[in-house]
Design a protein around this ligand. Structure first.
Ligand code: PLP
Length: 396
């Protein structure tokens, strides 16, 4: 084909994928909230304090000249600290040299996992409501997210529904525990049921455990990798964004059998080269120096914030699903005007100045239209202001 002909056939254009990967509703609400000067409970920005040891560790690293590329799997001190921590908190023992990868956030970790382990057309189960990035990351490697609905009101898991969703193309399931957006914490019995299915159909299990320290009431976080027989097929992904309130730093990690970790690491290198060097040092200081009381306080403080938002939503005439973990509440919208959740979210923002995310962002098309998601990882003063505004909206 000649040059002129090539131009005539219109080769310039977006990929087939691009029209399906658009600005998330969460970011869109943040833009709208800023425009009207509201309180943003939409994005999981987590603007609580960064622990001093973590912030000072990063600043010191910059001054000490630790600003260059790190090894592709991360600095040894952080990998060692992560290995010691996961042994202590999850009961997983890993080799810090062969089974730990420091990543550019959990997001970067999952992208590298998907590139290294999935082929175009592979199907991966995601439990619905799901975190949009999981579905879109799968799509971005031309894999297919297959939603399996959790049952309202308490987001119960149906193992029959999981089995029904499996096809010859199924290669993996994605488990996010605790769940963004609904706050479900998968129980040991549920994880054992899923493990049995994963073994029967020879599936990978990708677990996103970024909210592992945000656990309330009597709930307990269990890593699916600790279910007997699951280590080899489970890739555990987590990170420091939420635990240390450093969402903009982009430091996470994953644990995987050394059979998979090498290739995942190469793809991570290709995409990100390494997680930011001085921030790896700050996180290493935090993991080394912050004891169990830090994590207990984190859960305790957020449990109090959960009570504040749940009470305010009830007074405002909505019906919150009280979460056992993570830091979001999904609430039924009551009689907010609008046909869709996005319209209802905008109506709430206009009436109260509080931004929430449309529940539909977490479901397949047509579902979640009567739900809004509120993030409560906010400084107490901001959350109190949001709650005051919501309560003032109480049906008279
Ligand atoms: N996974 C889940 C379930 C999340 O909710 C979020 C952030 O909202 C992330 C991952 C992002 O993690 P990171 O900042 O480590 O990429």
């Amino acid at each position: 084909m000649g040059h002129a002909e090539a131009i005539a056939t219109g080769r310039l254009g977006l990929s087939e994928l691009a029209p399906r990967v658009v600005q998330s509703e969460i970011r869109a609400m943040t833009v709208e909230c800023d425009r009207v000067g509201g309180v943003n409970l939409a994005q999981g920005v987590c603007d609580t304090e960064v622990p001093a040891v973590v912030a000072e560790g990063a600043i010191k690293a910059i001054h000490d000249g630790l600003n260059i590329y790190t090894r592709l799997d991360g600095i040894a001190r952080l990998r060692n600290a992560i290995a010691a921590k996961v042994e202590r908190t999850l009961g997983i023992s890993v080799d810090p040299d062969r089974e730990v990868l420091v990543t550019s956030g959990t997001t970067g970790g999952f992208h590298a996992v998907a590139m290294a382990l999935l082929n175009p057309g592979d199907e991966a189960l995601v439990f619905e409501p799901f975190y949009g990035y999981h579905a879109n990351t799968l799509r971005s490697v031309r894999a297919i997210p297959v939603p399996v609905a959790l049952q309202e009101p308490d987001w119960a898991l149906s193992l029959d529904a999981v089995r029904a969703a499996i096809t010859p193309r199924t290669r993996a399931m994605v488990i996010n525990t605790p769940v963004n957006p609904c706050g479900k914490v998968f129980t040991r019995a549920e994880l054992e049921g899923l493990a049995e299915i994963a073994q029967e159909f020879d599936l990978f299990v990708f677990t996103d455990e970024i909210y592992e320290h945000f656990i309330y009431g009597g709930a307990k976080h269990i890593s699916p990798a600790t279910i007997p027989g699951m280590r080899e097929r489970t890739i555990v992904m987590s990170g420091f964004s939420k635990t240390f309130s450093v969402t903009g730093w982009r430091v996470g990690y994953l644990l995987a059998d050394s059979k998979w970790l090498g290739s995942i690491g190469y793809f991570h290198d290709l995409l990100y080269v390494c997680a930011p060097a001085p921030f790896q040092h700050g996180c290493a200081d935090g993991v080394e120096q912050l004891g169990p009381e830090f994590y207990a306080n984190l859960a305790h403080d957020h449990e109090a914030k959960r009570t504040m938002i749940v009470d305010a939503l009830r007074i405002a005439g909505m019906t919150p699903h009280v979460p056992d973990g993570a830091y979001y509440v999904l609430a039924s919208t009551g009689d907010l005007p609008g046909n869709t959740a996005a319209e209802k979210a905008r109506a709430l923002l206009a009436k109260t100045g509080v931004a929430a995310v449309a529940g539909s962002a977490f479901f397949r098309p047509g579902k979640g239209e009567d739900l809004l998601r509120f993030c409560f990882a906010k400084k107490d003063a901001d959350l109190a202001e949001a709650c005051r505004r919501l309560k003032a909206f109480a049906p008279k």
